[in-house]
Design a protein around this ligand. Sequence first.
Ligand code: SF4
Length: 378
Amino acid sequence: MDLMVEGVSIALQRGEELAYPARRISFTVKPGEFLGLVGESGSGKSLTMLALLGLESCSPGVVEGRVRYRSEQGQLYPLEGLSHYVRWHGGLPRKRTAAWQRTVYRRMKPLLGRRIAIILQDAHKTLNPFLRIEDQLLEMVARQGRADAEKAGWWGRWRQRRSIHQQLRQEALRLLKALHFRDPERVLRAYPHQLSGGMAQRVSLALALASRPEFIILDEPTTGLDVTLQAALVDLIRQLKQERRLSGIIVSHDLMFVGKVTERMAIMFSGELWEIGPTHNVIHPDFPWKHPYTSYLLSFARQKRRGSAGPAFQNVLWQRPKQGCPLRKSCPVYLHQLDMEQRRQCDSADPSPVPVFPEHYIRCWQYAWEEQKHAAGY
Ligand code: SF4
């Protein structure tokens, strides 16, 4: 399955004030590919991910944009034709939120939990607290059985369900073992409250994968996992990509973990994408083109054990300047490297994405100037 996101904006209203925790977000995820959506807490990445499934809980929520899920079975545009639910008055949106959410949910329902799986940061929220892990697995098995046995007679259906049940149970046990559970049978008999945070995280991942999704969204998958379990998760994701052509999004603040399992990476801060490109380019220290915020994240990831990576970037969600680059107050390049004329440019206009490499875009005036120089033959 592939995903296309085009100009999605999510609005948040506080009285007469409006902020965008996600502003004009655009990216694609190709079949068999994983995209890392990386940023610090509060950058808007988790909210963006929920909005792609029609599950965002803020008000008014998504106010514009297009999303397309496409697989061999067809394509789905969950936000198509909904603009009439949003009316703008004096720069503020009036949205019929309930009607919007009902429509998006109705459109997404056939995909959710079947062809698209989601693992939330707090895995205990994904699991039903009143059911044993095995019962939750059986629920999925029953669904899978119903879907796959549509055309068979009752005897065939019964046999098919039974065999699918056994296959999926075996697969879940295999996944639990791959995720380093020493006694997977005991885990299947347990209730969610009997699992630690790290165990619940691995169980919810195994249960999601047992439903054989084509697309998976993982929100902070390393929460509660030690280094060994993180390595096991990396191996499992690589194996699933190879075996099933699984594609997905990994939402995380952990640049190095995301770097091990994704093909492309998008860097998000203050609700906006600043860089998107091949993972190798984005995280490689010697790759010459980097957004100043990506450089900050990389030096933070490398130096967090040894000390500070320099002054942090200031989140401008509610104080976004009306013009100019919103990061300039904390951008070290703006503060220490640019001359007066260049600063004036950063003050006066928002930078647009500039291609620095095939499929690699950076939103920063530095690269727009380089491109202009290159075009002028310097
Ligand atoms: S456009 Fe200017 S202020 Fe913004 S990130 Fe680039 S150098 Fe810094």
